[in-house]
Design a protein around this ligand. Structure first.
Ligand code: NZQ
Ligand code: ZN
Length: 385
């Protein structure tokens, strides 16, 4: 196992009716900015619950954060923060809203000339406004991690800091009942691939991390397809298991002390940045190709994945690995997400541009071994056609 320091201070309030807990978590003397997206929270009772919980607080709101939050939109919040002396942010929404709040929090106290440098130049975040989150879409893990992804002019860039990790997060599975099938699928697949990014590398004998990761993968494989069935549309237990899996997938626990890949995500970000494809759908296209191109380097873990997650018992390890990759693709298909670039209207002609974007963003040595060069990324994209 590799050395690690693990500290996740996000307090989680999980379950039905827990939105009211925000009243105790946010200091009553705070000036709160409630941040949300395109308005789904106004149709599913979440906004009302937040308003009811904040009766003792001074608050105002900023809305309109779009999926894959845009820098220009986020910067508009800065005027309100200055005008109203905002000193606490409450993000109410999916990963885009939480990520957006993180950037707003960091930009509000950034002392450099241009807040875009936090993303483009990876300038360190030295101060940030405190954040709380009410999560409405289980997927990204953003509610209890320090990561955020922001888009500007087709460039989708990540930044991270412990200072933007939410202080608390409310996870009420009931609020996820209003999600469309597309967003349910996206969430399950994004969480699944977060686990794979931290699991499918090379073994360092991290038994706890591996078995936690396998448990989460098995849960998502069991519960994900069920959530799409008409007869389960009101099933809160399925939603609860998906929601907790997605948080646990990217709250730092399973990734502590083990190598991490993240090449699928970095290539996927270029597909969203350039073509607007949903985050999870870029991942379901890229991951199978990464598994195929890196099957030698990832061999031992692929065999373990085949045996423990797909329960394959073939004698021949190569057969086992091929079957495990095919079963992973089959799972994505059952979750109704694409597994090929052609399914989202992209062809060979688009690959050169994507590779150029990877180069522009410094994504030239990806993967746990830093050996996914631009040429290897090109190979991955070609295999994903
Ligand atoms: O904007 P509203 O109206 O709220 O609608 C949203 C949005 O249209 C809707 N939605 C959310 N909760 C709902 C709901 N609709 C009905 N009922 C509900 N309960 O869903 C749509 C998509 O929301 P979004 O927040 O964009 O989805 P997601 O949570 O998948 O977040 C994706 C973003 O997170 C980033 C992605 O790159 C992408 O920008 N990621 C962040 C990560 C992190 N911070 O650690 C890691 C991830 O790998 C990912 O990169
Ligand atoms: Zn993701």
């Amino acid at each position: 196992m590799l050395n690690f320091s693990f500290h996740n201070p996000t307090k989680i309030h999980f379950g039905d009716g827990q939105i009211k807990m925000i009243a105790n978590e946010i200091p009553t003397n705070a000036n709160v900015l409630v941040i949300y997206g395109g308005g789904s929270i106004k149709h599913n009772g979440v906004y009302e619950q937040v308003v009811n919980a904040l009766t003792e607080h001074t608050w105002c709101e900023f809305s309109g954060i779009e999926p894959n939050p845009s820098y220009d939109t986020l910067m508009k919040a800065q005027a309100i923060i200055a005008e109203k002396n905002i000193d606490y942010l409450l993000a109410v929404g999916g990963g885009s809203v939480v990520d957006g709040a993180k950037f707003i929090a960091a930009a509000a106290l950034y002392e450099g000339d241009d807040s875009w440098d936090i993303l483009a130049k990876q300038m360190p975040v030295k101060k940030a406004l405190p954040i709380g989150a009410v999560l409405t879409l289980p997927a990204t893990g953003s509610e209890s991690n320090g990561g955020s992804v922001v888009t500007r002019d087709g460039n989708k860039l990540p930044f991270g800091s412990p200072l933007v990790r939410p202080q608390f997060a409310v996870l009420d599975p009931k609020v996820t009942l209003s999600l469309s099938d597309r967003q349910i699928s996206n969430g399950v697949v994004d969480a699944f691939i977060h686990i794979m990014e931290q699991y499918l590398t090379y073994s360092v004998n991290g038994k706890v991390q591996d078995r936690f990761a396998e448990g989460l993968l098995l849960t998502l494989i069991e519960e994900g397809p069920k959530a799409l069935l008409a007869e389960n549309k009101e099933d809160l237990e399925i939603r609860a298991n998906i929601m907790w899996s997605a948080t646990m997938a990217l709250n730092g626990l399973i990734g502590a002390g083990v190598p991490q890949d993240w090449s699928t995500h970095m290539i996927g970000h270029e597909l969203t940045g350039a073509f607007g494809i949903d985050h999870a759908r870029t991942l379901s296209i890229i991951l199978p190709a990464v598994m195929k191109v890196k099957r030698n380097e990832k061999h031992d873990k692929l065999v373990q994945f085949a045996e423990r997650v797909w329960h394959l018992t073939d004698q021949d390890e190569a057969v086992k690995v091929s079957k495990a990759i095919a079963l992973t693709e089959d799972f994505f298909q059952r979750m109704k997400v694409p597994t090929r670039l052609s399914e989202v209207g992209l062809s060979k002609d688009n690959i050169e541009g994507i590779v150029q974007k990877l180069e522009l963003h410094g994504m030239t040595q990806l993967g746990e071994n830093r050996d996914i060069t631009l040429a290897v990324s090109q190979q991955i994209l070609e295999l994903a056609l």
